[in-house]
Ligand binder design. Structure first.
Ligand code: ADQ
Length: 492
């Protein structure tokens, strides 16, 4: 059957160690040595559960500070049942590595967003200490991976938090199969050049055997950064460094589309759909679902909706925008400012265009569970995804998966990775141009059903066939093969 066999003659699956900043669990301490754990059902979890050839183990930070040994032991034991292995980070490291270097430096830079003026100098001054904390944190992740690594395991590192990890792991064991995938965009080499630690980061990533991005453009930017900044040679397969080829390629992520399609058949979701339809009867529903983050372009989206209302008086009582924005990184002042800014704009527009019986915008600062989210996607006529930059954007995929009955329209930012895959079915916009987005809203609301059907069909086929599971399988199997190839090349 092609499976290797263990001592008892039973087939065993190769182990996949998935390393990400956060474990897919939320942990709450119940007592000195007891924890309650809830597994988060994100796309990455279901993607990796679907990879049948491998048995996944998770390594990452549990998102809580556990200073005492009793607590750490108890948490480690509880997590083991969920196949999770914790990396313990203290508050100071989290502050410098996670809030500082990851979210204040790399995140805005990779999304082409400058720092606010008042933060710029402060960040420049604290750069070195934050970078040192970043390296230290990556080394702590590597220590845990190394401790649990067994020969034959495949290690998959995730995202901008762990760019140093491939190098730390290869320092321990050059035979370890190591892949690294970036969930955000990789910016133009001209942007990456401005980072004081530009070369160290590139070298560290190049230690991996396979480096993956959502789109071909991000992969190209990365290769350009390696050729221009490090003076290395880029080939169609990747980057060559001292006889070693690091394979660089695009692996566009998808969603677990069946999970969303199945949810629409649940009685409670059907009930919810009916309630929403009754609530908004006679009005077209427009929807935004985002983490409340600068990159999602929420203020720009709402200003474009205001412009649409200004220019289309006959639509005033016939359309409603539901914006569901889940707060994230709430201890960062930039994010607090964004929340107030969005509230202020929504309040102004509702004051301006609302009546005693209806308001044009419903804005919720909260997360919804999968069933509520699916019901909302299903009743929507027009979804608005206006990210200023976005690695992929899974909300656009989830909306399409839930629209096979309604065949609503997706307005999608050309700066989201998803524009490459769903561009043919969506109306693509430049989110910075609110006049253009307002015109796209008018076009979407007035679109004849035959055109909606055609556009939806294109996108639905894509979302159904290019799933998260396929994404994970492709990456992991290519990682398995790439190492062999790379070793062969070195031997030649
Ligand atoms: P995110 O920036 O988090 O992910 P996205 O891809 O849209 O962006 O995924 C967000 C997820 O959170 C979706 O599954 C969505 O359903 C959920 N979500 C958002 N708002 C919610 C709300 N109010 N209530 C409930 N759920 C909500 C990063 C990158 C993306 C990349 C992904 C995957 O920034 O560009 O697509 O990783 O690689």
């Amino acid at each position: 059957d092609g499976c290797e066999r263990g001592d008892a003659g039973k087939p065993f699956r190769q182990r996949l160690l998935v390393v990400a900043n956060r474990l897919p669990v939320s942990a709450v301490r119940k007592g000195e040595d007891s924890w309650s754990l809830e597994m988060s059902a994100g796309g990455l979890v279901s993607a990796l559960l679907g990879v049948k050839e491998f048995e996944a183990r998770w390594i990452g930070w549990a998102g809580v500070n556990v200073p005492d040994e009793i607590g750490q032991k108890a948490l480690t034991k509880a997590l083991a049942e969920k196949r999770c292995i914790p990396v313990f980070l203290d508050e100071e490291i989290v502050h410098q590595y996670y809030n500082g270097y990851c979210n204040n430096i790399l995140w805005p830079l990779f999304h082409y967003l400058g720092l606010p003026q008042e933060d710029r100098l402060a960040t420049t001054r604290s750069f070195q200490s934050q970078f040192a904390a970043y390296q230290k944190a990556n080394q702590m992740f590597a220590d845990v991976v190394n401790k649990h690594y067994e020969e034959g395991d495949v290690v998959w590192c995730h995202d901008y938090h762990l760019m140093f990890l491939p190098q730390c792991l290869k320092n321990y064991n050059s035979k370890m199969k190591v892949g690294w995938f970036l969930h955000t965009p990789f910016p133009s080499s001209e942007i990456h050049r401005t980072l004081p630690s530009r070369s160290e980061l590139l070298h560290a990533v190049l230690a991996a055997d396979l480096v993956g991005f959502h789109t071909y453009d991000y992969a190209r930017h990365f290769v350009s950064a390696c050729t221009r900044i490090l003076g290395l040679e880029g080939t169609p397969e990747g980057v060559e460094n001292q006889g070693k080829l690091t394979r660089v390629a695009a692996f566009p992520i998808g969603i677990d589309s069946e999970r969303f399609i199945r949810a629409l058949d649940l009685p409670q979701v059907k009930k919810h759909i009916k309630e929403l339809q009754d609530r908004f009867e006679g009005r077209k529903v427009m929807l935004g679902v985002d983490r409340l983050d600068m990159i999602k372009g929420i203020p720009q989206k709402i200003l474009a909706f205001e412009k649409f209302l200004e220019e289309n008086r006959d639509w005033h009582d016939k359309v409603v925008l539901l914006q569901i924005a889940v707060p994230t990184r709430t201890d960062v002042p930039e994010y607090q400012k964004l929340t107030s800014q969005v509230h202020e704009i929504v309040g102004r527009i509702n004051g301006r265009f609302g009546t005693l019986t209806a308001v044009p915008i419903h804005h919720l600062d909260r997360s919804l569970d999968l069933n509520a989210l699916c019901a909302l996607y299903a009743v929507t006529d027009v979804a608005l995804v206006t990210s200023l930059r976005d690695g992929m954007n899974l909300v656009s995929y989830e909306f399409v998966a839930c629209q096979d009955n309604k065949k609503g329209v997706l307005i999608l930012s050309e700066f989201a990775g998803a524009a490459q895959s769903l561009g043919a079915g969506a109306i693509l916009v430049n989110p910075w141009n609110i006049t253009e987005v307002a015109a796209a809203i008018a076009k979407a609301l007035n679109m004849p059903s035959a055109e909606r059907e055609k556009r939806h069909r294109h996108n639905f086929n894509h979302v159904k066939t290019h799933t998260a599971q396929e994404w994970a399988e492709t990456f992991v199997s290519e990682l398995n093969d790439t190492v062999v190839e790379a070793q062969l090349r070195t031997k030649q």
